[in-house]
Design a protein around this ligand. Sequence first.
Ligand code: IYR
Length: 213
Amino acid sequence: MPKLEFTRASEAAMRASASAFLERMRSRRSVRSFSSEPIPLDVVRTAIHAAALAPSGANKQPWTFVLVTDAGVKRKIREAAEEEERAFYGGRAPERWLRDLEPLGTNADKPFLEAAPCLIVIFAQRHGATDEERHYYVQESVGIAAGFLIAALHHAGLATLTHTPSPMAFLGEILGRPKHERAYLLLPVGYPSPDCEVPGLTRKGPGEVLVEV
Ligand code: IYR
């Protein structure tokens, strides 16, 4: 096996990097109001490249990223997503779930699916190109890659929304993906609109999420 290339940083440099990353991530918010201003797509491709470096079960890399910029395809995705969302908000979602969503101010209208200059649809590959090639820990692997992608896009100065219209089977159909790929997450990407508002959320701090043993 090749030897690991590892650059050891001083503790001071580690503290500075960890704190800088924390502050950078503190400013990340899910955005539901996008400007239609174009974005540099090479930046998005670089962020996808970073996401594709995520660890995965047996290094099978069970993901496909579809970058959608075509206005007609975005419109089709919006129409299909809104149809699902109308069913969700109009009765499919349990009362309690809708109450939990109230602070976010979401509803069945998804104009951001057309306004955002690009959509990234992440697909999870249940197995390889043939049934013979097994994939392992697919949900975990694709979730880690999605986290890398959201962080990379934010780090580069772009806003995203982690959007999961449910069910998402229409995405595979519209985008012509093979049967063994299942839509995992839909990420509109762009600049926030100048009047973009976000809910006043609080995040749990280390005191609530960290248990040290
Ligand atoms: N998919 C719906 C509902 C929704 C569900 C959750 I969980 C959220 O965190 C936000 C929204 C929608 O996009 O409106």
